[in-house]
Design a protein. Structure first.
Ligand code: NAP
Length: 320
């Protein structure tokens, strides 16, 4: 089968097209004929070798095939979407049954892929970590992105009173507003507090969801109100934030939480109630996952470069 793989760690240039043997489904796994594979920001970190240590390190020796999610058909004819630790950038993939969900009628492969890593992340950020309560103000960074665009819509769906989006261009901010944000502003660290409070009628906010990191994460802590929650789930800027001292957290009644989907899926599987809820909301038209761009499988490098260059909106797909 055809696949995109890498023989060394590095930037998008390490991805190369290759003809490789078909994967073999192990116990509890099924083989999926891949209709589309999802691209995630995490794939960039994965091929850069940033996940080579610790309990959730990338598995197996090089060369390896990256890609954590596929949509397609099983041998017995089921249309499915599924999560895998690696091997998604290929024409076929072996996926554990516990990490699969059936696609409901009317939900496309691209929409379903948007719901997997990015959708589950947005769901857990709001429900499991920030535990947003009705009427609260939620700030979503990179709100035109795959995860951010879904977080905006789900915050609405879960009862947030006001959703404030940040994004780096007019076009991206327009998309965030179309997805249901009440206000959309530039997310740069300079002047962050003034813009966010200005978008919230002068008041500090209840929740901020951040995966930009660095100075933006620091700035976000300064926009939180009483009992505010800041959730960090990535660092697209690849900059480290300065530490927020515990005394400040106590004095200002702030909570900083973190989230990573991989340990959660390792524990519970991907195909559970949260994914089913996301798929059902999409089938009913209440959630509109955005597919921003599709690339032929062999152009996976371009997808990575576009993502790194902040040129994308919504979910990116590879078509084998
Ligand atoms: N913890 C988890 O389990 C988990 C799961 C999914 C994703 N994530 C993280 O969430 C973030 C978003 O992932 P995604 O796949 O949904 O990607 P995405 O949001 O579709 O794309 C990344 C966006 O990040 C923003 N960004 C800000 N500074 C950037 C920089 N220096 N370089 C590149 N982009 C920058 C850009 O939006 P603007 O141009 O509008 O700023 C860009 O479009 C990533 O950091 C990812 O690692 C974490």
């Amino acid at each position: 089968m055809r696949a995109m793989r890498h023989e060394r760690y590095g930037g998008p240039e390490v991805l190369e097209e290759a003809e490789v043997p078909d994967p073999v489904a192990g116990p509890g796994e099924v083989l999926v004929d891949v209709e589309a594979a999802g691209v995630n920001f995490g794939d960039i970190k994965d091929i850069a070798g940033e996940l080579t240590e610790g309990p959730y390190a990338a598995q197996g020796p090089l060369p390896r095939i990256p890609g954590m999610e596929v949509a397609g058909r099983t041998g017995d004819g089921r249309r499915v979407v599924g999560y895998l630790r690696q091997g998604g950038y290929a024409a076929k993939a072996a996926v554990a049954e516990r990490d699969l969900a059936p696609l409901p009628e009317g939900v496309g492969a691209g929409e379903a892929l948007a719901l997997l890593v990015q959708g589950l992340t947005a769901w857990h950020l709001l429900r499991s970590v920030a535990r947003v309560r009705p009427g609260e103000t939620v700030v979503v960074h990179a709100a035109a992105g795959g995860t951010g665009g879904l977080a905006v819509q789900l915050a609405r769906e879960f009862g947030a009173g006001r959703v404030i989006a940040t994004a780096s261009s007019e076009e991206k901010r327009a998309l965030a507003l179309e997805l249901g944000a009440d206000a959309a502003v530039d997310g740069e660290a300079d002047g962050y507090r003034e813009r966010i409070l200005g978008a919230n009628r002068g008041r500090p906010v209840d929740v901020v969801l951040d995966a930009v990191g660095g100075p933006v994460l620091d700035a976000a802590a300064g926009a939180l109100g009483f009992l505010g929650r800041l959730v960090t789930y990535g660092a697209s800027s690849r900059q480290a934030a300065t530490a927020i001292p515990p005394t400040r957290l106590a004095v200002e009644n702030l909570t900083v939480g973190g989230f990573w989907l991989t340990p959660l899926i390792t524990r519970d599987g991907a195909g559970g109630a949260a994914l089913e809820e996301l798929l059902a909301l999409t089938a009913r038209g209440r959630l509109r996952p955005q597919v921003g761009a599709e690339y032929p499988l062999e152009r996976a490098r371009d997808a990575h470069e576009d993502l790194l260059g902040r040129r994308t909106k919504g979910k990116l797909l590879l078509r084998p």
